[in-house]
Design a protein around this ligand. Structure first.
Ligand code: SF4
Length: 648
């Protein structure tokens, strides 16, 4: 069996317009500078998708990226998808499952897809060979139908797939890419871009082995890493909880803390009884049929499959109930019917819709309806009210959004564009940043989260800074932090509603999570002190690749990634004015728990601290030449300057 090495990475370049492809080797220096996966995708995207490229045109490139640890143990099965978003930002998302390792086993680390096919196609990749195959028979199929059809057609149970649903085919806002039926990634528009290329699916099969360069060293690094996640030795209260229940366990806790956004975030105190009904504990006890995980993840119960066993939705099957679903289809639209939440999220997966686009756009439309800004004349006769009394009407509305029919055409645009059309002040109720709807974590209660959502180069994306708080200050002394090269007062940073140190904390989190997702590994594994002490990840990287990189250079790869993403969006005219919370969050206090609105006097000092720590211009957010050159990104500074952007 051929065995892959991990220090040099390959890219399969595909042009769908010309129906050509070739395999290329990336420079070894890029593994040092960008590590892989998200970092490599950021470098490729900045280099190859030029300023003002039409996001839905043939020159936008869709990248699928793995990384040097993909296919090795400890949750190293992640991958990154990236392209230019239809909203002009970076569109990037992380994916779990088994596709990443399989792609590497096929001898390919990255796939870069440009052009547009003249009819629907899918890619079949096996051991470095690629075929562009006809997919006209798959176009229009739901995601689970596509999955089943391709498995039947390819007659290989181990084939790994990525695909889009009808929503992305119809270029519905924020449609992600799907895989393994219930996993998705790239909600900032990767599915839309895949749809614009008439690319229905990618199938991959490989037979090569993947082995760390230093086997003994890797085992040692594995043990060190594993200790932080072990139920007996981890010093993080979430380790046992998460490894059994997964993210939905947060629902009741969030309700108790006043952290659940209710009725389009007009209020923050959803009834504890309702939150109990839709809680992870209730879900686990009543609906879960099986637990599963991504490739070699140490948390085997993280993901779930479920089935509704009786009642009007009897037989409805699906998977994954994270912290987002109970917000998107529970508290935001004031629905405490857990089975209906499972149905709405399951249908989103089947149509290939993003749950947050749908949850926030529905809650925006419900608020508009209740305020008289939308009427039954606009909604095809639907009584669109919070509380979701007309479940069949909402199920039909979901179909109309995916197919862009009737009232669904308006909501298919997402709440930012829809509110521009409806007008009458409805923009005030639209909960989005850079044109993309928020996710499940509330903003006004956790200030680093508020800042992280506002400044993200892709729009709201918790994986950029997860988890939303640092480890307890007792776990790391000032000296230990200083020895790790981190300039931060951890005691202040730990206080979620104190604005001090939040800019610096967010910068560190963004850089270090960038490193984790470049290896790649999973941000959900950041427990104990792993969010600050990156040496276990560093040791894994060195043992896997055989590259002797200094710790400082290892961390610098994350800083390069952040600056490349920022340079990409400033090239597209995004500036400080776009790094803002939604109007509601900035102008309305929450009358419980003392949560304050994110008005400029509270928000701006955090933003200044963040820009300053990054070496970016305070007025514009443009990275300065000095910082870019420090990072070895002189070409990026020159490119920005050539576009008349002030980097001095
Ligand atoms: S923690 Fe969950 S999402 Fe992350 S790699 Fe493991 S199974 Fe996948």
């Amino acid at each position: 069996m051929k065995v892959r090495e991990n220090r040099v990475q390959t890219i399969l370049r595909v042009d769908l317009s010309r129906r050509t492809s070739f395999l290329e080797t990336l420079p070894e220096a890029w593994t040092r500078d960008y590590i892989g996966c998200r970092g490599m995708n950021a470098r490729l995207l900045f280099n190859e998708v030029k300023a003002k490229t039409d996001p839905l045109g043939p020159d936008n490139i869709l990248y699928l990226g793995t990384g040097p640890l993909d296919g090795l143990p400890i949750g190293m099965g992640r991958m990154s998808v990236a392209c230019k978003s239809p909203r002009g930002t970076v569109a990037e998302g992380s994916f779990g499952g088994f596709f990443g390792p399989e792609l590497r086993r096929a001898g390919v680390d990255y796939v870069a897809i440009r052009g547009q096919a003249d009819h629907p196609v899918y890619l079949y990749i096996e051991d470095g060979n690629i075929e562009i195959r006809d997919a006209r028979h798959l176009w229009g199929l739901l995601t689970h139908e596509t999955d089943a059809a391709l498995h039947r057609e390819l007659k290989d149970p181990d084939i790994q797939l990525r695909y889009i649903g009808p929503a992305a085919e119809n270029l519905v806002h924020a449609s992600p890419i799907f895989g393994n039926l219930n996993n998705c990634g790239g909600r900032a528009g990767c599915g839309e871009v895949m749809g614009s290329k008439k690319l229905k699916a990618i199938a991959v099969r490989g037979h090569q082995g993947i082995r760390p360069a230093d086997y003994e060293g890797f085992i040692e690094a594995y043990k060190e890493f594993r200790e932080r996640l072990d139920l007996k030795t981890s010093r993080d209260m979430w380790t046992p909880v998460w490894s059994v229940y997964g993210a939905p366990v947060l629902v009741r806790l969030f309700a108790e803390m006043g952290n659940l956004m209710m009725r389009n975030a007009q209020e923050m105190q959803w009834d504890y009884e309702k939150a109990t009904v839709v809680s992870g504990e209730n879900y686990l006890n009543r609906y879960v049929t099986k637990a599963k995980s991504c490739w070699c993840c140490p948390w085997p119960a993280c993901q779930k499959l479920h089935e509704i066993k009786s009642g009007k939705y009897e037989g409805f099957k699906g998977g994954n109930y994270w912290a987002g679903q109970p917000v998107a289809f529970g508290s935001l639209i004031d629905n405490d019917d857990l089975e209906f939440i499972l149905v709405l999220s399951g249908l989103c997966n089947q149509y290939g819709l993003d749950i947050f686009h749908i949850g926030y756009t529905l809650s925006w439309a419900m608020e508009c309806f209740e305020r008289g800004l939308l009427t039954k004349g606009d909604t095809d006769g639907l009584e669109l009210r919070f509380g979701c009394k007309d479940q069949q009407g909402l199920i039909e509305l979901l179909r109309k959004i995916a197919m862009k029919e009737g009232f669904g055409q308006l909501l298919a645009l997402g709440c930012t564009e829809a509110s521009k059309i409806v007008g009458k002040g409805s923009e005030r109720f639209c909960l989005s940043v850079k044109g993309l709807e928020l996710e499940g974590i509330a903003q006004r209660s956790m200030l680093m989260v508020a800042l992280g959502i506002a400044v993200s180069e892709v729009g709201p994306d918790h994986t950029r800074w997860y988890p939303p708080y640092p480890c307890h200050p007792n776990l790391l002394s000032e000296k230990e932090l200083a020895d790790l090269g981190i300039d931060l007062d951890l005691k202040l940073a730990f206080q979620t509603r104190n604005p001090k140190e939040k800019g610096k904390l967010l910068r560190w989190f963004t850089i270090s999570r960038g490193v984790v997702e470049s290896l790649p590994s999973c941000v959900f594994l950041i427990r104990d002190t792993l969010g600050f002490d990156m040496r276990p990840w560093w040791n894994l990287f060195k043992a896997a690749t055989g590259i002797d990189l200094s710790y400082q250079d290892f961390i610098m790869a994350g800083e390069r990634l952040l600056n490349l993403d920022r340079a990409f969006i400033v090239r597209e005219d995004f500036r400080r004015r776009d790094d803002r919370p939604p109007i509601r969050m900035a102008t309305e206090d929450v009358p419980y728990f003392g949560f304050r609105k994110l008005e400029p006097s509270l928000f701006d000092p955090m933003l200044n601290e963040y820009y300053e720590a990054n070496g970016w211009d305070l007025e514009t957010s443009i990275p300065k030449r000095k910082k870019l050159e420090e990072l070895g990104l002189k070409d990026v500074a020159n490119e920005l300057e050539s576009l008349s952007l002030d980097v001095e």
